[in-house]
Design a protein. Structure first.
Length: 602
């Protein structure tokens, strides 16, 4: 195996681990608002944090989930792509398709809350600076909004630019977490005993129901795990796996250091801020600046992850076509989606204004994360079962059981803010369901013509018609069912060129793999260009057309005018109108394009 370079590991630290890497800012602070800071609780919670990072991040994602992805891509839709060809029963297929849709939606819910809680919890650290203890929360929220705007403005630079800039900063952040944590541990080395799972078990025995519900706050230490899997396509598996070893040690020592500080000082509101302030008042302001930079980077992991997931949803026809910018000439997976970027930005600002305090946001956090993790776990169990890898089935069942336990504990948060992630997730979930069902209804209403019927009518029409000079291009998903706009153009309007080329685009179930075949002269004056590509493959359609030595005069494509009184189909119609057409998405030459409108009643 080729080991990743130090540069790629630094990029992974900057791009992927920001969320997990900034969790120490608020996890214990929020947790000990809920629990009394007794020595037993401190030892028990740190034991739970350690084993949560081992089970939910190390085993579930960096070992199991990344092992499943043979193509270097990550995310719920990748697992769906692996699983569905292995399943036979339509009912099971439908269940896992619905679960994948739910997983995408919950991930989007998480992506709104993560930047808000990360940035706000960092700027609240300003209150530790002497003289600024009484700064109003309104000013802190204003600062958090300015930082969030800057982060989303930065996205257009692309993953490569972002990771080059952020990577070294995060390496400094992780070293700082490790050093400050290790200094605190050296004063109270007994905290290292908390790594023994005995203390985690004892914690549940001592606290009962309160111990179970505290899992909803302990899970904050693992937030970002799903994003690091979704981000795998940006940098590859090995750099992320190697970087996690470094990040894990740094984050763990920060938690251990904070816990050791709590053992020595029980009356503490934020153990990280106060631990750093006690170790060096001079270095506190540089640390605070570094922390704010780190929280900006934390948001990057989920934002770049969501770009990958949305792109997968577009290419697998779960979402309408959104304009996609490809930000790297070298890596085909590095993308930027302007619409998604600014919708996320708007949602984050709204959340900051509504919730105002990081501890309130902590109550909103966790439900979407643990729900997505549970769905990922169920996919892993099914895939390993189908592949008869029973050792991995056992491991996947263990981590999924842990995921579900955490998810059930977060259900208690719904009345206190947890509803927010469900409300946010309901938006993409509804859009996906409306779009999928709308496309099916539209396809049925359009009444495509069978290939045999089309060829019969074409042969007769081509012989009798006066041909226009040049070559015309038409687009279809396949030749099995020829779209109605092609038959209307050729047979109803009697527009037939000397050469007519039907181009079919077949998106495969694998992420990558590209091929094309040009079948000349199916019939006189009729050819077929078949293009096959993976759902994460980026294709240049016009370049393929030129490579096939096609010099078109005209390009026809189908447009639908939907007439309906049904509110659902009205929403579907609005989605189609708001999103770019096939022509715009594939950047076809506008001066050659002719849209053929078909009126459809739904």
């Amino acid at each position: 195996m080729v080991h990743p370079s130090g540069n790629s590991i630094i990029k992974a630290a900057g791009l992927v681990f920001g969320d997990i890497g900034t969790s120490p800012i608020y996890t214990l602070a929020v947790l000990f608002l809920f629990l009394p800071a007794s020595p037993e609780n401190i030892m028990g919670t740190i034991s739970l944090v350690f084993w949560t990072l081992i089970i939910m991040v190390t085993i579930q994602y960096t070992i199991l989930a990344m092992r499943l992805s043979e193509t270097g891509e990550g995310g719920t839709l990748v697992l769906k792509g692996i699983l569905l060809p292995l399943l036979k029963k339509p009912s099971v297929l439908a269940i896992f398709t619905l679960l994948a849709t739910l997983g995408i939606s919950l991930m989007i819910g998480e992506c709104v809350i993560t930047p808000a809680i990360s940035i706000l919890s960092a700027v609240e650290g300003i209150r530790q600076i002497p003289g600024l203890e009484l700064i109003s929360q309104d000013w802190l929220i204003f600062l958090a909004i300015i930082i969030a705007l800057g982060l989303f403005l930065f996205q257009k630079r692309g993953t490569e630019g972002v990771s080059k800039t952020f990577g070294p900063v995060m390496v400094v952040w992780f070293i700082t977490l490790f050093v400050t944590g290790a200094i605190s541990v050296s004063y109270s080395p007994e905290i290292l005993g908390a790594l023994n799972p005995y203390y985690a078990i004892q914690f549940f025995l001592n606290n009962g129901a309160m111990g179970f519900f505290s899992l909803s706050l302990i899970v904050l230490c693992a937030t970002g795990a799903e994003a690091l899997f979704a981000d795998m396509g940006h940098l590859g598996r090995e750099p992320i796996q190697y970087a996690w070893g470094f990040v894990f040690i740094a984050v763990l020592f920060s938690y251990l250091g904070q816990a050791a500080f709590l053992l020595r000082n029980t009356d503490v509101s934020n153990p990280l801020f106060e631990m750093i302030f006690s170790e060096s008042q001079i270095l506190y302001i540089p640390f605070l600046i570094l922390m704010i930079l780190a929280t900006i980077i934390a948001s990057q992991a989920v934002i770049s992850g969501i770009f990958s997931i949305i792109y997968q949803a577009i290419t697998t026809h779960l979402l309408p076509m959104l304009p996609v910018d490809y930000t790297s000439d070298e890596l085909r997976t590095q993308i930027y989606i302007n619409t998604v970027n600014w919708l996320l930005c708007f949602a984050v600002i709204c959340v900051l204004i509504i919730f105002q305090y990081s501890e309130r946001l902590a109550n909103a956090y966790g439900l979407a994360v643990t729900g997505t993790m549970s769905i990922t776990g169920s996919f892993m169990i099914a895939i390993f079962l189908c592949k008869r890898k029973y050792l991995y089935v056992g491991l996947a069942m263990l981590v999924t059981l842990v995921d579900i336990s955490f998810f059930l504990s977060t259900v208690s948060k719904i009345p206190h803010g947890g509803y927010l992630s469900l409300v946010i997730a309901a938006v993409p979930f509804s859009i996906i369901l409306i779009y999928i069902n709308g496309q099916k209804a539209l396809y049925k209403a359009m009444k495509p013509m069978s290939y045999d019927q089309f060829i019969k009518k074409y042969t007769r029409a081509y012989k009798n018609a006066r041909h226009l000079r040049g070559t015309a291009l038409y687009f279809a998903r396949s030749l099995d069912q020829v779209p109605a706009y092609i038959s209307r153009t050729m047979f109803n309007n009697e527009i037939i060129y000397e050469e007519n080329v039907i181009i079919s685009l077949d998106i495969k179930e694998e992420p990558y793999g590209f091929s094309w075949h040009f079948d000349k002269k199916i019939e006189e004056g009729l050819s077929h260009l078949s293009i096959q590509y993976g759902y994460m493959q980026i294709i240049d359609l016009m370049r393929i057309i030129r490579d096939a030595d096609i010099q078109e005069k005209t390009i026809f494509y189908g447009m639908e005018e939907i007439v309906t009184n049904n509110i659902i189909w009205k929403i579907f119609n609005a989605l189609k109108r708001l999103c770019p057409s096939f022509v715009q998405y594939h950047r076809l030459p506008s001066h050659k394009v002719h849209g053929v409108i078909t009126r459809v009643e739904l």
